[in-house]
Design a protein around this ligand. Structure first.
Ligand code: FAD
Length: 420
């Protein structure tokens, strides 16, 4: 395929949720749209979301969505979220023949429990909207030309388009195709890129003993991150120990702030409240009773009422208490030490896994240079952005995919409306 040339009204870069939705909307409004995707299939990253089940949105109000992206920063997405809300998204998929279900904390999944059902609806809608989907097509460069842009693809293919929407995703899980191309393309078009960093990423701990706890999961716990004088307390949730540190929903959600804090502090203290439903006094009276009732029992066995079995040895070793000690031999100080550690089990966070292993990329094309009402560049008219390529991330729960779908929809609509 050498030197072939195509022309379209709108070229969309990236067949993820943002790009697919942008192309669908542009096609629905009667524009000729080309969707340029380097993979040979659609939505490679969608297929691994929600552990293959795709948590595509959340039932929370749009105001909650905005706050999830940061009290001030989230305002940028207001127009996009209200132009194409979670209700609109759910209706879009239902109209496409996919029933949805709501799970804990308002997380929305397809009833099939298969992310592939989501990409099937997108494929169907792209077809119905008359979008020219170009698979195996990697965009290398964008050049301005009179009345639009020339797009240079691999293999000498070029396309001319009146408008271009960059929806090429972030720079994490690169095997999915999201290799950060959009950042360099945007930079070459004159855009500022807010520093890229991992977000929704497991954290590394200094303590060597974490290795011994690899695979141990904790439920109904609360985390506190200690940044200098500041304390940031999480909701109640789950954590998982890994061979290098900690992961799991609570850690991933807190990781964006932790990674930013690690720019300033070399280490951060993280404490785990293993019994957030009980005050210290309540734990004290519980232990006093249990130790009295089972005076001959080994403390290692008694702790099974309070901790996962695999955690007990490490927990007691850190307090210098032998597992073999009998309950009736425990001193008041030792009992207090157990209670203190149950309420604030401490780890030292020293870093995170790299951006490649983060669920989303922090940073990206600076929001200040994008018009939030249209997603059009303030630097390069006719160029639009959608999805993860734009700076600003939310915790897990379906918020990031809704951002991609909403900004994609808005960019597709506004680009289509502006075509003369
Ligand atoms: C393991 C994991 C689980 C996740 N789970 C969830 C979840 O359950 N819920 C949720 O809300 N979010 C989840 N996310 C985040 C979510 O997947 C992203 O926020 C979302 O996919 C971003 O959409 P996007 O369209 O902007 O980019 P992407 O989905 O990354 O799509 C970008 C597309 O652009 C293509 N592309 C890139 N460069 C070029 C180029 N030069 N030429 C042509 N094509 C190009 C890529 O191949 C890719 O297909 C998860 C992420 C990961 C990694």
């Amino acid at each position: 395929m050498a030197n072939s040339a195509k022309t379209c009204d709108i070229a969309v870069i990236g067949g993820g949720p943002a790009g697919s939705m942008a192309a669908i909307r542009a096609g629905q409004l009667g524009r000729s749209a080309a969707l340029i995707e380097k993979n040979f299939f659609l939505g490679s990253k969608i297929l691994i979301t929600g552990r293959g089940r795709c948590n595509l949105t959340n039932t929370a109000s749009m105001d909650v969505f905005i706050k999830k992206f940061g009290r001030r920063e989230g305002e940028f997405f207001r127009s996009a979220f209200f132009s194409f809300s979670n209700e609109d998204l759910m209706e879009f998929f239902r109209a496409g023949g996919l029933e949805l279900k709501v799970e804990r904390q308002g997380r929305v999944f397809p009833v099939t429990d298969k992310a592939r059902s989501v990409t099937l609806v997108l494929e169907k809608c792209l077809k119905e909207s008359g979008v020219d989907v170009m698979y195996g097509a990697r965009l290398l460069d964008i050049k301005r030309k009179a009345g639009g842009f020339t797009l240079i693809l691999k293999d000498g293919v070029s396309i001319t388009a009146k408008k271009v929407i960059i929806a090429s995703g972030g720079a994490s899980f690169k095997a999915t195709g999201s290799t950060g191309d959009g950042f360099s393309l945007a930079e070459r078009m004159g855009h500022m890129i807010a520093p890229l960093k991992p977000a929704l990423v497991p954290l590394k701990a200094k303590e060597r003993w974490v290795k011994e706890l690899q695979g141990v999961g904790l439920e109904s716990i609360r985390l506190t991150f200690h940044y200098g004088d500041k304390r940031v307390v999480s909701e109640i949730g789950e954590l998982m120990f890994t061979h290098f540190g900690v992961s799991g929903p609570l850690v991933l959600d807190a990781s964006g702030d932790a990674v930013s804090a690690l720019d300033k502090y070399k280490e951060i203290r993280m404490t785990i409240d293993l019994k957030p439903g009980l005050k210290k006094e309540q734990l004290e009276s519980r232990l006093v009773k249990e130790f009295a009732a089972e005076g001959d029992a080994r403390i290692g066995s008694l702790m099974r009422n309070l901790l996962p079995k695999r955690m007990i040895a490490v927990f007691l070793a850190l307090l210098n208490i032998s597992q073999e000690k009998r309950a009736n031999q425990m001193t008041k100080e030792e009992r207090r030490a157990i209670i203190d550690a149950l309420k604030a089990f401490s780890l030292t966070i020293t870093g995170s896994l790299p951006i490649e292993e983060a669920m989303v990329t922090g940073g990206g094309v600076s929001k200040n240079e994008i018009n939030p009402r249209t997603m059009e560049s303030r630097i390069a008219p006719g160029l639009y952005f959608a999805g993860e390529v734009i700076e600003g991330r939310a915790p897990s729960g379906g918020y990031n995919l809704q951002q991609a779908f909403s900004t994609g929809w808005l960019a597709g609509e506004k680009a289509a409306e502006s075509v003369k």
